[in-house]
Design a protein around this ligand. Structure first.
Ligand code: NAG
Ligand code: NAG
Ligand code: ZN
Length: 502
C-alpha cells in the first residue's frame, strides 16, 4: 500500500508537473508551424526565393527594421511631408532599381510631371495664358490672341508676360502650383475631401489646354513612357477619355486620331527602347454623364476596340465616386455589350470610399456583377466578404494606389490602410500610382514603398515584391503570348537586379 503510494508519487508527480507546463504553455513547435502557415497566405508568401534572393531579402529586412524604428516613420506622415524622407531611404533606392513590371492604373491627364509641362511646354511658341476669376489658369496654343471665354477674359502670350515678370523661377513655380496638388502644407490647404477633390478637378482643367494641343500630346505620351521606363516599368495601361485635340490652325482631331497617335508614339518608343513591352488604353468616361451619353460612349468604345484591337484594352468610368452616379445607375448602358453579344472588358474604379453602405460602397459588388477585369482602388473591398470571395475566385485583382488614397483623404496613416488585410491574405493585387503628376511622383516606386513598408509592414519581404511585380503582367489585359514575352523580359531584368544588388 505504502509502497504503491510512493511509487505513484514518484512516477506521477513529475509527469503531472510536466503536463501542466505543456498544457499552459503552447507548444513552441506548433506555434512555429502556425506562424509559417499564416505567413504563407500573404502576398508572396508562397514564392520560393533562390539563395541569392534570400541574401537580398535578409539585407532588405535589416534596412526595413531600421526604417520602421526611425521617427518620423514616412508612411505615417502625409506623403507631401514624407516625400523628402522617402527619397533618402535605402529601401526606396532599391525599389527604384527594381523591375516593377507594369503600371495598370494611371490617368492620362496626370501622366507626366508638371515640371516638364511648365519648363518645356509652356515655353513653346504661341502659348497663351489666361487667369480665371476663381484663381486658376487656362492655356491655349494659338496663332493669334484667343477670344475671351466665359471663365476667363484676357489672354496673354506667355513669352510677353514672362519678359515683363522679373522672377521667372517664382512665376514658373506658381504655374506648377496650378497643375498639381503638391504643397508644403497639405493639412492646412486640404481640410476635407471636398476641398482636395475641388483642387483636383481644377488642376485637371488647367492642364487640359496644354495637353490637348495635338503636337504637345505626341511629346507628352512619349515623355510619359520615358518617365515610366526610367522607373523600371515595362508596360502601361493608361486610362484616357481620348479628349479631342487641336492644331494651331483650329483643326480638331477626334478619338480615332488620338488612338492612332498613341499607337504610333508607343511604336516609336519601343523602337528606341527595345526593353519596353508596350502600352494600351482603357477608354474612360466621366460618371457625371447621363445614361444616354454613357450608352453612346460604350457603343463608341466597342467600335474603337474593333478599330484598334491591340491598343484598346477596355472601358471604365471615372470621376469622384462619392459625388458621382453609381455603376448600377448606368446598368442599362453597361449591359449593352452583353446584349449585343460583344466583349468589352471593364476595368471599373469601385469602392474608392470611406462610407460604408452607400451607393459608392455598393459599386464593388456591381463592378463584379458586370464582370470587371480588375477593380480600381477597391478601398472598400476588405469589408465586403462576399465581394472579396468573388474577386478572389475570379482572379479580379485590386489596383492598390496608396498615395492617392492618402492624398484624397481616405486614410491618413498608411499602416491603417484596409489593404493590410488584403495583403495578409494574398488577395490578387497590383500596385499603381493613379495620378502621379498631381501627387508629385513619377513611376511606381513611391507607391511600392508605401505598400511595401507602410501597408505590408515588417512581414512583407522580397517574395511580396516579386509577386506584386509578376502580378502586374498576369493581371494585365495582354493576350497570353504577350504576357509570356512580358514575363520573360521582366524575369531577365529581375535576375540582373538581384545579382547587381548582392
Ligand atoms: C522639350 O521636350 C522635347 C520633347 O520631349 C525635347 O526634344 C526638347 O529638347 C525639350 N526642350 C527643352 C528646352 O527642355
Ligand atoms: C458576366 O459573365 C457571365 C458569365 O460569363 C455572363 O453570363 C454575363 O452575361 C456577364 N454579364 C455582363 C453584364 O457582361
Ligand atoms: Zn483612378
Amino acid at each position: 500500500m505504502v509502497i504503491s503510494f510512493l511509487w505513484a508519487v514518484v512516477t506521477y508527480v513529475p509527469l503531472l508537473w510536466f503536463m501542466r507546463v505543456t498544457e499552459g504553455m503552447p507548444d513552441p513547435a506548433q506555434r512555429d508551424l502556425l506562424m509559417r502557415q499564416e505567413a504563407s497566405r500573404q502576398t508572396g508568401g508562397r514564392v520560393v526565393l533562390t539563395a541569392a534572393e534570400q541574401k537580398l531579402d535578409a539585407y532588405l529586412h535589416r534596412l526595413k527594421e531600421q526604417e520602421m524604428s526611425a521617427t518620423p516613420f514616412p508612411p505615417a506622415l502625409h506623403f507631401f511631408k514624407a516625400k523628402p524622407l522617402i527619397e533618402k531611404s535605402p529601401v526606396f533606392k532599391l525599389l527604384q532599381k527594381m523591375p516593377k513590371g507594369a503600371a495598370l492604373h494611371i490617368h492620362s491627364s496626370s501622366l507626366v510631371s508638371v515640371e516638364w509641362l511648365v519648363k518645356n511646354i509652356t515655353y513653346r511658341p504661341n502659348c497663351y495664358i489666361c487667369f480665371t476669376w476663381d484663381n486658376s489658369v487656362r492655356f491655349q496654343f494659338s496663332a493669334r490672341q484667343p477670344f475671351p471665354r466665359w471663365d476667363c477674359f484676357y489672354w496673354q502670350l506667355l513669352e510677353t508676360l514672362r519678359a515683363k515678370i522679373g522672377d521667372p523661377t517664382g512665376f514658373d513655380n506658381s504655374l506648377m502650383q496650378h497643375l498639381t496638388l503638391f504643397t508644403e502644407d497639405p493639412d492646412g490647404q486640404y481640410p476635407s475631401q471636398d476641398v482636395v477633390w475641388g483642387k483636383f478637378e481644377k488642376a485637371f482643367i488647367a492642364s487640359a489646354g496644354l495637353v490637348t494641343h495635338a503636337p504637345v500630346l505626341k511629346d507628352y505620351f512619349y515623355k510619359g513612357l520615358e518617365e515610366l521606363h526610367r522607373d523600371n516599368i515595362l508596360y502601361l495601361e493608361l486610362r484616357s477619355g481620348l479628349s479631342r485635340t487641336y492644331e494651331l490652325d483650329g483643326t480638331i482631331h477626334d478619338k480615332f486620331w488620338t488612338l492612332k497617335t498613341f499607337q504610333e508614339v508607343t511604336k516609336k518608343f519601343i523602337g528606341d527602347h527595345p526593353d519596353f513591352l508596350g502600352a494600351r488604353i482603357i477608354i474612360s468616361v466621366h460618371r457625371a454623364l447621363s445614361i444616354s451619353e454613357v450608352k453612346a460612349a460604350v457603343k463608341e468604345a466597342i467600335q474603337l476596340q474593333k478599330d484598334f484591337p491591340d491598343v484598346v484594352a477596355g472601358f471604365d468610368m471615372v470621376g469622384r465616386e462619392d459625388s458621382g452616379k453609381s455603376l448600377w445607375f448606368f446598368r442599362e448602358a453597361l449591359s449593352l455589350p452583353a446584349e449585343l453579344g460583344v466583349r468589352l472588358p471593364y476595368f471599373f474604379h469601385a469602392g474608392e470610399t470611406d462610407d460604408e453602405g452607400t451607393d459608392t460602397d455598393q459599386n464593388i459588388l456591381d463592378a463584379l456583377l458586370f464582370n470587371t477585369t480588375r477593380i480600381g482602388h477597391g478601398y472598400a473591398l476588405a469589408h465586403h466578404p462576399l465581394a472579396k470571395e468573388l474577386s478572389r475566385k475570379r482572379n479580379v485583382a485590386v489596383e492598390l494606389c496608396p498615395i492617392s488614397n492618402q492624398v484624397l483623404k481616405l486614410v491618413s496613416d498608411l499602416r491603417n490602410h484596409p489593404a493590410t488585410v488584403l495583403m495578409s491574405e494574398g488577395h490578387p493585387m497590383v500596385i499603381s500610382a493613379d495620378d502621379p503628376s498631381l501627387f508629385g511622383t513619377t513611376g511606381l516606386s513611391y507607391d511600392f514603398y508605401q505598400a511595401f513598408v507602410g501597408i505590408g509592414g515588417l512581414k512583407a519581404n522580397l517574395g511580396t515584391l516579386k509577386e506584386l511585380a509578376a502580378n502586374s503582367i498576369t493581371y494585365s489585359s495582354l493576350p497570353a503570348h504577350l504576357k509570356d514575352s512580358g514575363r520573360a523580359m521582366w524575369q531577365k531584368k529581375w535576375d540582373a537586379f538581384i545579382s547587381a544588388n548582392l
